[in-house]
Design a protein around this ligand. Structure first.
Ligand code: AOF
Ligand code: ZN
Length: 365
């Protein structure tokens, strides 16, 4: 016998398969069950395309009458790119609806559930809610802050180094971890580095996946003095690039780069450099909902210090580099006391090939 929980788990697993493809929309899965049998399933596959419920009801057809709908996010109540799912659910004939979590979108937030309740449908909210919120951590953050969800990722040796004193870093982590990082790039909208990394490593910041056409994130370069070399790899045509700079930047160079389709975002400066919170607000307006920060130490430190990291993904390689001048993942200003450390909570610790992957979330205060 399958339980409500089992069906909701199936809906969550269905939703997960579209990871990285639905931005700016959430990941949503729906399952319709009649007399213990799954008669309809649906996934929201892409923004602009039908919502999960639409696919599920199309599949279920007449079997929806008297059935139960399991959906990972509250059915929507608004006209967006698609019409409201709550109306569809209401008119489908289902008698019971289980919703994992309410939709944080201010245009919905409880209205979808209310429509169903008003129609006399038995509605329950909260089954596997924590899992459903985690599945859409990016979307919840977007809706509540109007900022991209920031993931800070780095790979370091067992003694906490990301490069030798000369800056050499190929490779710290093993092949499997590096493949995971390309998978991550494939899922996010934006990838950010500082100009220091561009000057030192000349990275491409594109997605390279074997046997699969990857999607390149928008490359975002923090460059307050517009030092970027005109032949830098990140300026090639393989992917879109945004340079974040200040009004102090050389207008002639800006004009030349604009001719090459490079987009500029201008931000004010604070004592630490470019005002990152202001930048995040602007990036969100440019459609960046999910941002991967891939360092250097100074950029990483600024994000951590300003409390702007939402998630840490850290690979630890079974190597010890040593060296007084080897480079650390988080640089920035020194602090005097342990009490001043930024605190995180480990969420998962797993082996990836020969490495370890730690996922951690910041702890406020
Ligand atoms: C659902 N089921 O599968 C999804 C929902 O522009 P639209 O019409 O696609 O609407 C996008 C909003 O709809 C999105 O911000 C979120 O609030 C909700 N997404 N709702 O009932 C789905 N993807
Ligand atoms: Zn909908």
């Amino acid at each position: 016998m399958y339980t409500d929980r089992d069906y909701m788990e199936i809906a969550l697993n269905l939703a997960k398969t579209a990871r990285g493809k639905t931005n700016p929309n959430p990941l949503v899965g729906a399952v319709i069950v009649k007399d213990g049998m799954i008669v309809g399933t649906g996934i929201h596959r892409k923004a602009g395309e039908p919502h999960a419920e639409v696919h599920a009801f199309n599949m279920a057809g007449e079997h929806a009458k008297g059935a139960t709908l399991y959906v990972t996010l509250e059915p929507c109540s608004h006209y967006g790119k698609t019409p409201p799912c709550a109306n569809l659910v209401k008119n489908s004939g289902v008698s019971r609806v289980l919703v994992a979590t309410l939709d944080p979108n201010p245009q919905v937030s409880g209205r979808g559930v209310q429509i169903l309740k008003d129609a006399g449908i038995d509605v329950e909210v909260g089954l596997l809610e924590e899992e459903a919120k985690k599945l859409n951590e990016r979307f919840f953050h977007n809706m509540t802050t109007n900022r991209p969800f920031v993931t800070l990722k780095y790979a370091m040796t067992l003694d906490g180094k990301i490069a030798t004193h000369t800056g050499h870093s190929k490779w710290i982590s093993g092949e499997e971890s590096r493949l995971e990082v390309h998978q991550l790039r494939n899922e996010v909208d934006g990838i950010l580095v500082g100009i220091g990394t561009v000057l030192k490593d000349n990275p491409l910041l594109t997605t390279r996946l074997p046997n699969q056409q990857g999607k390149n994130p928008v490359r975002i370069i923090l460059d307050s003095h517009l030092q970027i070399p005109m032949d830098a790899n990140v300026l090639n045509e393989e992917a879109k690039t945004i340079i974040v700079t200040t009004t102090e930047a050389n207008p002639k160079k800006i004009a030349e780069l604009e001719k090459r389709n490079i987009t500029f975002i201008y931000c004010s400066k604070n004592q630490q450099g470019i005002c990152l919170d202001e930048m995040l607000g602007q990036l969100y307006k440019h459609g960046i909902t999910d941002l991967l920060v891939e360092g250097g130490g100074e950029v990483n430190a600024s994000f951590v210090r300003e409390g702007l990291v939402n998630k840490f993904i850290i690979y630890i390689a079974p190597k010890i580099l040593g060296g007084r001048h080897s480079i650390s993942p988080i640089a920035g200003e020194d602090v005097d006391l342990m009490e001043l450390a930024s605190k995180v909570k480990f969420d998962s610790i797993e082996r990836v090939g020969e490495d370890i992957r730690i996922i951690a979330y910041p702890v406020q205060g």
